[in-house]
Design a protein around this ligand. Structure first.
Ligand SMILES: Cc1cc2nc3c(=O)[nH]c(=O)nc-3n(C[C@H](O)[C@H](O)[C@H](O)COP(=O)(O)OP(=O)(O)OC[C@H]3O[C@@H](n4cnc5c(N)ncnc54)[C@H](O)[C@@H]3O)c2cc1C
Ligand code: FES
Length: 359
């Protein structure tokens, strides 16, 4: 089910000067709907200064914590994050979409793996859930977490990370990299980006030891770290990533073919969502599939509308579409026909998309 539910805010706790942890109350009848896998996120919706805003926030608890909570870091002039940091309080109700996202892994008690994670700033939120779950589920596995921040005052979940370190003394290594606070080991000073990861993999952790890597942060960091991991021999199937934002402006990637040549042509679009099928006629060269459907009153799941979050992910069952930016889907998902409806435009005269397909 992709619909929003209004959930009560159980608490808003300050974690650093710039970030709050928001915990939601989940009524028993909704418990199954809000069960999540480590690394997944929630899409929140709120009316802020008369405008409806939707933003995605990763769940910063492990499924076994039995808590639904997110950490929201305030960005300068960031509309939603500033509101959440300054105005949101316990007792408020806020619209929350059920957990979503594929930045996750099925951990298996039989496995003995070494995982590495590279997180910057609020990128720690899904990683925290993943680290906790991996170590609790796989007693023979080990984890190295590289966590980049400006300074120690900005480190999210510092205490929780230290508690984890104490709990898993021999299986968890944590390496803090600080860009504006001097640390004794020179290697650990600077920004956690591709270049720094190259140095870390040369001197701290042998890349051949890494079975799977998780990368989470802003686009430039994520892309450069992934490039370094590739260069160091890690196959892309072994790298999982989540972007927390992409620059506005010209779209960076294109897949598919250029559909938008002849204006005025129409497409019969059929949409399956939550078991319900709807059909509508849309213009081919105007809006994305998502915007075309929304403008005709069809409520579909979305958050960023920028090709980053994957809330609008669906599968093309019939016809062909042209997808612009894709910062969210992995190659194997695109190969199976998944697209981001906020970035997809019809190519053929008939298109059938299904939001209920998982694989
Ligand atoms: C899957 C996913 C998970 C995420 N998880 C988390 C998480 O766990 N924690 C977290 O804190 N964030 C997370 N994010 C990011 C989050 O969704 C928001 O993007 C973030 O909080 C910023 O939203 P905002 O409304 O505050 O900022 P916006 O108002 O959307 O602004 C974003 C940035 O752009 C700048 N900006 C705004 N308007 C303009 C303009 N007109 N011109 C130039 N620059 C401008 C702002 O200063 C700000 O820095 C996640 C994102 C995704 C996609
Ligand atoms: S709404 Fe975020 S990728 Fe489409």
């Amino acid at each position: 089910m992709s619909q929003f539910q209004s959930l009560k805010v159980a608490s808003v706790a300050r974690n650093t000067r710039e970030a709050v942890v928001v915990t939601f109350e989940v009524p028993e009848p909704l418990a199954a709907q809000y069960a999540f896998r480590p690394g997944q996120y929630l899409t929140l919706r709120a009316q802020i200064e008369g405008q409806e805003l939707r933003r995605s926030y990763s769940i910063c608890a492990a499924p076994t914590d039995r808590q639904l909570r997110v950490a929201i870091k305030r960005l300068n002039d960031g509309a939603f994050s500033s509101w959440a940091n300054e105005e949101l309080k316990a007792g408020d109700y806020i619209d929350v979409m059920p957990p979503d996202g594929h930045f996750t892994m099925a951990f298996d008690p039989q496995q003995a793996r070494h995982y590495a994670a590279f997180a910057v700033g609020s990128g720690i939120t899904p990683i925290l859930s993943i680290v906790k779950t991996a170590l609790a589920t796989e007693p023979q596995s080990t984890f190295t977490l590289f966590y980049g921040n400006r300074a120690s005052s900005a480190v999210l979940f510092r205490e929780e990370i230290e508690d984890l370190k104490n709990l898993y003394m021999t299986r968890l290594s944590i390496v803090y990299v600080m860009s504006r606070e001097h640390q004794d080991i020179d290697l650990l000073n600077g920004r956690l980006d591709g270049e720094k990861v190259e140095q870390l993999l040369d001197r701290w952790l042998d890349p051949a030891m890494i079975d799977y890597a998780f990368v989470c942060g802003p686009q430039d960091m994520t892309e450069s770290v992934i490039a370094t991991l590739h260069e160091k021999g890690l196959h892309k199937d072994r790298i999982k990533f989540e972007l927390f934002g992409a620059p506005k402006g010209p779209r960076a990637l294109r897949t598919g073919q250029d559909a938008r040549k002849a204006p005025g042509e129409h497409c019969e679009l059929t949409i399956v969502l939550d078991g319900v099928t709807r059909s509508l006629t849309i213009e081919k060269n105007k809006d994305s599939l998502l915007d075309s459907a929304l403008s005709q009153g069809v409520e579909l799941p979305y958050s960023c509308k920028g090709g980053v979050c994957s809330t609008c992910r669906c599968k093309v069952i019939e016809g062909e579409v042209d997808m612009d930016a894709n910062f969210a889907l992995e190659d194997y998902e695109v190969a199976r026909g998944f697209v981001l409806s906020c970035q997809s435009f019809p190519v053929t005269d008939r298109v059938l998309i299904d939001f209920d397909q998982e694989t």
